[in-house]
Design a protein around this ligand. Structure first.
Ligand code: 5GP
Ligand code: ZN
Length: 130
């Protein structure tokens, strides 16, 4: 067996986030279930900046929605779980609040081609985004 455990179904060997899920690349994990994985961004843009991903490899949010809408729902639900954990929302589930962003394609700045939600919060976030 490999050091990182068995090769996961759906994993892409040259994908950074698949390698983090497999344990081959270290991650500051804040939450995980059997299907989703959440870890702190290495270059945080806000006091809380967590990346929430499906453990299975899908390149974009639209690809994930098409392949497995339930898994997309689980990823969004995990973002809310982390937001509660990080104190970004209270009992109402809304305030003070947070932002979820997912970039698709080069013009939006997608650099890792394993779908990820950026969960941002802990400061006032301006709009429109840059
Ligand atoms: P994208 O640009 O694709 O929307 O977001 C990719 C994110 O992954 C960036 O915010 C970047 O800082 C983060 N990232 C890139 N490499 C690593 C890494 O090795 N570890 C962690 N924790 N985050 C990373
Ligand atoms: Zn991947």
């Amino acid at each position: 067996m490999r050091a990182g455990g068995p090769i996961r179904v759906g994993a892409v060997s040259d994908c950074l986030f698949c390698r983090m899920v497999a344990g081959d690349v270290p991650a500051d994990v804040v939450h995980q279930t059997d299907r989703v994985f959440a870890f702190r961004d290495i270059n945080p843009q806000a006091p809380t900046h967590v990346l929430v991903i499906p453990k299975e490899h899908h390149p974009t949010v639209a690809a994930l929605a098409a392949a497995d809408p339930g898994l997309l729902g689980a990823v969004v639900g995990a973002a809310q779980t982390v937001a509660v954990q990080e104190g970004l929302v209270g009992d109402d589930g809304v305030e003070p609040g947070y932002r979820v962003v997912t970039n698709t394609g080069p013009q939006a700045g997608q650099t890792v081609h394993h779908v990820h939600l950026h969960l941002l919060g802990g400061r006032r976030l301006s709009w429109p985004p840059g």
